[in-house]
Design a protein around this ligand. Structure first.
Ligand code: DGL
Length: 280
């Protein structure tokens, strides 16, 4: 089966966005703010979260299935709203399709390289993202005179997926994870996992107000807007009345996801549907 895009995508086609779970909603929220006319099809791989402790082969296989699923919705572009999949699978996905694909790592790296003053940048992310060294590579390309300190924080994703955003347990774990970055005196901290902006206030309080928190979502949405504009496929018209502008799919637990999505995105998520991603 071929998944090539045979003709120029239409402006009116949706943007596909995916993550291992709810984390990508922090990126969706930003896309909705910056380009409100766009339609979005979101997929959260809730049956197989977390990705951050899995191998490159597994994350790539999952990401390929999701790409194929999103293509059944005739998406005009795909945003990999997951740092782990951006680190492990982005290049492979680009080989599979002509549709432009944007990840979250490059945009975040760019902001961090620009905002640091003392040249000490911390990155917190999944084991996979830290192990891949991808942030270090990108930031070094932009600014050789900085040092990047990576810290894997594997417990944050399950805490976020369980809704423990403002909980003493999350506080305690964050203190442990961040203590070495505090000792190093970083001045910039990249939230290198799309789940982490949901515990941003805890992280900000613990790391201290002198540290700039970088959430790659904002920059990703900005790059997306620019790319769509350059290709002439930015949707300038609001969707027709009654059009299903935002569609959400998951691989498990649609009700729980919908509840979550409604607390993150204030647009009122009408529905979330469970699909069998293994079919793709
Ligand atoms: N939200 C994802 C990321 O940005 C994945 C987290 C996970 O599933 O481990 O890395």
């Amino acid at each position: 089966m071929s998944h090539e895009y045979s003709s120029m995508p239409h402006k009116d086609a949706p943007i596909g966005v995916f993550d291992s779970g709810v984390g990508g909603l922090t990126v969706v929220r930003e896309i909705m703010r910056q380009i409100p006319n766009e339609k979005i099809v979101y997929f959260g791989d809730t049956a197989r979260v977390p990705y951050g402790s899995k191998s490159k082969d597994t994350v790539t296989r999952f990401s390929r299935q999701i790409l194929r699923f999103l293509q059944t919705h005739q998406v005009k572009t795909i945003v990999v709203a997951c740092n782990t999949a951006s680190a492990y699978a982005l290049e492979e996905l680009e080989k599979d399709t002509d549709i432009p694909i944007i990840g979250v790592v490059k945009p975040g790296a760019k902001v961090a390289a620009e905002v640091t003053r003392n040249g000490k940048i911390g990155v917190i992310a999944t084991e996979a993202t830290i192990g891949s060294q991808i942030y270090t590579q990108y930031i070094k390309q932009l600014n050789k005179n900085v040092t990047i300190y990576g810290k894997a924080c594997p417990l944050f994703v399950p805490l976020v997926e369980e809704g423990l955003w403002q909980d003493p347990v999350t506080d305690e774990i964050a203190k442990r994870y961040l203590s070495e970055l505090i000792d190093i005196d970083i001045d910039t901290l990249i939230l290198g996992c799309t789940h982490y902006p949901l515990i941003r206030s805890t992280l900000g309080r613990i790391i201290g107000e002198n540290v700039t928190l970088v959430n790659p979502a904002y920059e990703t949405a900005r790059e997306l807007k620019e790319m769509l504009g350059n290709k002439g496929i930015l949707n300038e018209e609001p969707p027709a009345l009654g059009a299903n502008q935002y569609r959400f799919y998951v691989s498990d637990g649609a009700e729980k996801f919908k509840h979550f999505a409604n607390s993150i995105i204030k647009y009122g998520i009408l529905s979330a549907k469970t699909i069998n991603i293994e079919q793709y």
